[in-house]
Each structure stands twice: as structure tokens, then as C-alpha cells.
Design a binder for this molecule. Structure first.
Ligand code: HEC
Length: 658
């Protein structure tokens, strides 16, 4: 029975871990896993396309013709709009000066070097043409590579002129969705941060098929910057407001080639940079921002909804990303919330996850995220968890509560607060599963998620933090431990992960009888496994408390409470893993040179969640005690456990209590 329970726990961690890995692998490159095949198979021939400046040419022009019709409804829902307009003639002299200096070499009165037109006379700037030129600036495609780029100020004034001053407008946030929130929507100042440049990531005149109501299209680019920058502000550009539903910016390629777009129904993000729904304003950091590397892939996921079955839709919505030098505090998005959960059919249930912060940080804003069956979202924090009196009531402070949920109305909320190391964050979601199938955690829209994508500064070493059970503050004796051991108060130990191939101990001998604390622990992972799963051995670890008892009859008890944190491919999963065993040990008499267990104790289990197996035991060198006697105070014990398909070696040091 206990064996099964350990295996279940382990399998669960393993499944979650491998799910995370598959998701992150999906983000990097197409693989032959079942998940990614499904994801990629979703791309229908003829519905994908390219969004490079060249490829966009035709679509851009077509889009221009359609834009006017999309405007009527854009007015009050919109952020910045992608309107065509006639640039102001009064500013022409200043603009001509910039154009002539930066573009004149090729787009002069007589275009040369393959440039298709002149940019030297005001008359050529029809609304459509102005839009096209503005687009070349916002994509960073002109002037071409190798030419002196425009400086930020020139680019902005030119762009602003071409789009008749649209740059920098922000809407007043108006929440929608019919539910209440304990926190206000995030707002951004109208004024841009100083010293910024920008680029845009936009749809290319995308046509939403009328035969489907919902359509998720993912547009991927590689960031057109040539040095590390901080994203200082992101705002949405609403073009065809009739069909635009919501927008997410994800910091990877999702398996797409930069410059292309395709359907993205089945990969909801584990990580994001920005999200928008009608009513949301811009995201702007008062100081610093999110790090962006040259050439880094960014994916714009647009959720279109064409339930009104508009014909001939053509959308150029997207985001404008303002970036500045890497100055000021760095901001990161920390994903908080339970993974691997399941809600039974025909039930209303709450799922909960915890994160004990490994490091202090400040929360700037929050983007709560569930899928379609969500009914309530709540995140709260209790301070200095590890030092709380276990019997005391836990005091939870609200981070954000959404009383109700609307999948179509997902927003970023202002949730400024400070977190210290050891604070425990609880994330809970209520789901109403009205179907006959269980509702499972997963990245597909038909699955569920319960995340807060939290903007924090400074970044902490993990990007996803979750423990599925309330982490223990103190040692709780397991099945095989003597009940009085609850008073032995073993101190917490940090379990290190190390890569290795072999056992450290080769010969065993008995430990002195007595009671022990576990005061050091190491988990050894085979090196090839480390590589295969992209294990982060520095950030992976566990915290545990444990005891051991060794009797004259060579009876051994080992009892350990732990929370394992596995960090692989940038994702972190934490699960409770308790180990409790009792058994007798007998030294293995073996003359067989090939017996790999020669020198170990055979362990004959009478209680607990480990199979019969081997223990290697290596007592410490004797030390002089307070009475002048030579005493063995402790020793190392080593034993293998299977972790899914992975064989781990656990090595603990026991320290005698008396
Ligand atoms: C070194 C030569 C050169 C310079 C300098 C240059 N261009 Fe171009 N431009 C080209 C060439 C060649 C093409 C056509 C091929 C292409 O689209 O890449 C082009 C095409 C374009 C197009 C049409 C393609 C599209 O994306 O719609 C626009 C708009 C444009 N340039 C704007 C500008 C602006 C604005 C500047 C100055 C800020 C500029 N160019 C500077 C060479 C240049």
C-alpha cells in the first residue's frame, strides 16, 4: 500500500515534469512528441503565411483598403488604432529632412538601388502610402540592414507624422466581463518613458474564416534590435475591432519560423510578456523592464472571434513594443499556480497550489489566467511561513481575487506589493465542470490552467513556482517512525542535487544504536538524465526534515518529510515527497566479484513505501566526546529510489541526537 503511494506521488511529479518539458520543447523546436504533433497538425495549409516586410507588402496594401470599415467600433474599446490618414502638410519640411538624410540615398527623386519609389515629395504620401511607410518603420525593415539606422527620435517623429499623431495615445481602462476584482486594472501614463525606441508586431491583413467563430492565430518575429534592451512599455494596436478578441505576447517562437504565422489553438502559454483584452490599457514599467535579446523570438497570439460572420475581414492589429537601454530594475514574469490537477465530471471544485518564495521580490502587476470553465480566482500570501507556529491560524493577505470569471475578459491588474523570502503564496481556482469528462490541467483551451502570470522585480531563479500541498513547517512522523519522534524536532535540511554516475560508498558497517537527525542530504541524478531533461541542478533541490533510528537488532527506521523542487528546461515543479521505512539490515555475504551489491546491507522491509533493496552505510570516524570517550557520532547512508524512469541515488548524513 505504501509502496503504491510513493510510486503514485513519484509518477505524478514525473508526469508534470515531462508535461512541462514537452511544453518547453514545443516552444523551441518541432519534436516528434504526440503533443507537438497535435499542435503542429493544427496548421491548415493555405491559412499560414509570412509576416516579413516584403511578404507583407501585398497584404498591407489590401489591408489598407479594409481599414476604414473596421474603425467604427474601434473607438472606445481600442488602444492605439491603425488608421490610415493624410499626414499633415505643415510638418513636411522637418519630415523631408529626415527622409532625405536616412532614405534619400535609395528613395531619392530618382529612386535607385532597387528602391521602388521616391520619398521626396509630399504628394506621394497618400493615406495608403503613408501607412505602408509607417509599417516599414515599425517593423524595423527600413532602412535596410547595413544602412545607418534611424535614431529613436527620428523614427518616432516620422512614424507619428505618418500616422497623424497616433503614437502614444492610451485608452481609459474599462473593465468588462461582469465580475468584480479586488484590484484595479493596470493603467499606464500617457507619457512615454524617456529614451525609448519601438517596433511593432502585427497581423498582416489577416482574414478570419467565416466558417469558424474562434480563431487563434500566432504571428512570430525575431526582435529587430541589435543589443540587449529592456521592454519598457507595450500597447495594443486595434485594427479590425469587429473580430479582435484578445492578445497575448509570448517570449518564444512556439515552433514557428520567425516571420511566419499559423494557427495556434493548442498551445496556451506557460510564460508571457503582455496580455490585452478590450478595455485594457498599456503596460508600462515605471522603472526598468523585461529583458529582450537581439533576435529573440516573440509570438503575438491573437484570439479572433468572428461569430457575426463578417466577410472579407482583414486585420492588422498587434502590439507596439517600446524598448530602452538595460537600465533600472529588471522585470520578469513569474508563473504561479497549481499544475497537474484534475476536476471530476459534473462538479464544482477548487484547486490550489503554493509557492514558498525562494527569494524576496516585488510584485508589480498580475495577469490571472484560467480557461473556459473557471468560476473564481484567488491569490493570497502568508508571511514568513517557515517560522509560523504550526498550530496558529494562517493569516492570508489578498493579492488578487476575481469573484467570477469571463474567459473573454482577461486583464492585467495593478497589484503592487512586496514579498520576502519564505513568504508563501497560495493560488486557488474554482472550476465548474459541467461536462461528463474530467477537466484536466493542460495547455489546450479545452483543458484548464490556474495561473497568475506575475510581473515581478527583481527576477527570481525560477519561472514557474508551485507546490501542490501546503509545505510542512515542521517534521511530522510518517507511518514507520515512532510517534514520539514528533518531539525530536529535526532541523530542516536543504537537499542538493548533483550529477553523478556511481555510488560513493562501497562497504557498509553498522551504526551505533540510537536516534538520529538527518542533517545533510544529496540526490544524485545520472549525468545523461541531467542532459536529456535539461535539469537545472543548481535550482533543483528539496527541503526536508527527517529522523533515523538504529537498534541493536539491526532494525533501521528512516523517516523523511520533503518537498522536492525540480527545475528542468526553465520550469519548476515542487511536490511533497515523504519517505518512511522500517526494516532489518543484514550484511551481504558475497564472494561473487560481479555482485554489484557486494558490501551493502540487504534491507528487508517490514513497513513503509520503499521496496526491499540495498543500503550502503558508512560510519563517520570516531570523535572524542565530552567524557573523553571515542564515539561514532553519525554516518552516511545511501540507497537508490526510482523516480519515474529515472534512478536516483539518495545519500543522507545521520547525526546522533545524544
Ligand atoms: C540602401 C537603400 C535604401 C535605403 C537607405 C532605404 N530603402 Fe526603402 N527600399 C529599398 C529597396 C531596395 C526596397 C525594395 C525592396 C524591399 O522591399 O526590400 C525598398 C522598399 C521600401 C518600402 C516598400 C516595401 C515595404 O516594406 O512596403 C518602403 C515603405 C521603404 N522602402 C521605406 C524606406 C524608408 C522610410 C527609408 C528611410 C528611413 C528607406 N526605405 C531607406 C532600399 C532602401
Amino acid at each position: 500500500m505504501y509502496k503504491t503511494s510513493l510510486n503514485t506521488q513519484i509518477n505524478r511529479i514525473y508526469q508534470v515534469l515531462s508535461l512541462g518539458l514537452v511544453v518547453s520543447v514545443l516552444g523551441c523546436e518541432p519534436t516528434d512528441t504526440a503533443l507537438s504533433q497535435e499542435g503542429l497538425a493544427g496548421t491548415e495549409a493555405g491559412e499560414s503565411g509570412t509576416i516579413s516586410s516584403q511578404g507583407g507588402e501585398e497584404a498591407g496594401m489590401n489591408a489598407a483598403g479594409e481599414l476604414a470599415s473596421g474603425q467604427e467600433m474601434a473607438g472606445d474599446t481600442a488602444g492605439v488604432t491603425a488608421e490610415t490618414c493624410q499626414p499633415n502638410i505643415e510638418q513636411w519640411p522637418q519630415m523631408q529632412a529626415i527622409l532625405s538624410e536616412s532614405c534619400g540615398l535609395c528613395h531619392g527623386t530618382e529612386p535607385q538601388f532597387g528602391a521602388p519609389f521616391s520619398l521626396m515629395d509630399y504628394e506621394s504620401f497618400t493615406p495608403e502610402h503613408a501607412l505602408r511607410v509607417a509599417q516599414s518603420l515599425s517593423e524595423g525593415s527600413m532602412p535596410p540592414a547595413g544602412q545607418e539606422p534611424l535614431n529613436a527620435e527620428e523614427r518616432m517623429s516620422l512614424y507619428s507624422w505618418l500616422s497623424c499623431g497616433e503614437l502614444g495615445e492610451t485608452p481609459t481602462p474599462v473593465p468588462a466581463g461582469g465580475f468584480s476584482s479586488s484590484r484595479p486594472l493596470l493603467t499606464a501614463p500617457d507619457e512615454l518613458p524617456s529614451n525609448v525606441d519601438f517596433f511593432e508586431l502585427r497581423a498582416d491583413g489577416f482574414t478570419v474564416p467565416t466558417r469558424r467563430d474562434d480563431r487563434y492565430e500566432c504571428f512570430t518575429i525575431s526582435a529587430p534590435i541589435n543589443e540587449e534592451r529592456f521592454i519598457r512599455r507595450v500597447e495594443t494596436i486595434v485594427d479590425d475591432a469587429r473580430i479582435l478578441h484578445h492578445v497575448v505576447v509570448i517570449p518564444d517562437a512556439g515552433g514557428r519560423e520567425p516571420g511566419t504565422h499559423s494557427k495556434c489553438d493548442d498551445d496556451n502559454p506557460f510564460d508571457m510578456v503582455y496580455a490585452w483584452a478590450p478595455g485594457q490599457g498599456a503596460l508600462q514599467f515605471a522603472e526598468g523592464g523585461i529583458r529582450l535579446s537581439p533576435g529573440q523570438a516573440l509570438t503575438l497570439q491573437i484570439h479572433y472571434n468572428n461569430s457575426a460572420k463578417y466577410e472579407n475581414t482583414s486585420d492588422r492589429s498587434g502590439v507596439r513594443i517600446y524598448h530602452g537601454p538595460t537600465e533600472g530594475p529588471e522585470v520578469a514574469v513569474l508563473t504561479l499556480g497549481p499544475v497537474g490537477f484534475e476536476v471530476p465530471p459534473r462538479s464544482r471544485e477548487e484547486v490550489t497550489g503554493y509557492c514558498e518564495l525562494p527569494q524576496g521580490t516585488s510584485l508589480i502587476a498580475s495577469f490571472p489566467h484560467m480557461h473556459e470553465k473557471g468560476a473564481r480566482f484567488q491569490q493570497s500570501v502568508t508571511r514568513d511561513w517557515i517560522n509560523q507556529e504550526p498550530s496558529a491560524d494562517i493569516v492570508w493577505e489578498d493579492v488578487i481575487t476575481l469573484d467570477g470569471w469571463d474567459f473573454e475578459s482577461q486583464y492585467v491588474y495593478a497589484t503592487e506589493m512586496d514579498f520576502a523570502q519564505g513568504d508563501l503564496i497560495k493560488t486557488s481556482c474554482v472550476y465548474e465542470n459541467d461536462s461528463d469528462e474530467p477537466l484536466r490541467f493542460g495547455e489546450k483551451t479545452a483543458d484548464e490552467m490556474c495561473f497568475n502570470f506575475a510581473y515581478i522585480s527583481p527576477p527570481i531563479p525560477v519561472s514557474l513556482c508551485n507546490q501542490s500541498t501546503l509545505p510542512a513547517q515542521r517534521y511530522i512522523p510518517g507511518e514507520c517512525a515512532p510517534s514520539e519522534s514528533s518531539t525530536w524536532a529535526p532541523p530542516p535540511v536543504e537537499v542538493r542535487f548533483e550529477a553523478g554516475e556511481s555510488r560513493a560508498l562501497s562497504a557498509s558497517s553498522a551504526l551505533p544504536t540510537g536516534q538520529y537527525w538527518i542533517d545533510e542530504a544529496i540526490a544524485i541524478v545520472p549525468s545523461d538524465v541531467v542532459e536529456q531533461y535539461r535539469f537545472d541542478l543548481v535550482e533543483s533541490g528539496a527541503r526536508g526534515r527527517g529522523i533515523a533510528v538504529w537498534t541493536d537488532e539491526q532494525n533501521v527506521i528512516l523517516d523523511l518529510n520533503s518537498e522536492m523542487r525540480l527545475v528542468a528546461a526553465g520550469l519548476s515543479f515542487t511536490e511533497r515527497l515523504d519517505l518512511s521505512l522500517e526494516g532489518t539490515v543484514s550484511l551481504r555475504e558475497s564472494t561473487d566479484l560481479n555482485d554489484e551489491f557486494a558490501g551493502s546491507f540487504d534491507l528487508d522491509i517490514s513497513c513503509g513505501n520503499l521496496d526491499n533493496g540495498q543500503l550502503w552505510v558508512n560510519p563517520d570516524a570516531p570523535q572524542v566526546d565530552t567524557n573523553g570517550q571515542m564515539q561514532v557520532k553519525g554516518g552516511w547512508v545511501e540507497f537508490p529510489i526510482g523516480f519515474g524512469p529515472i534512478d536516483l541515488l539518495i545519500r543522507v548524513h545521520l547525526n546522533r541526537m545524544n
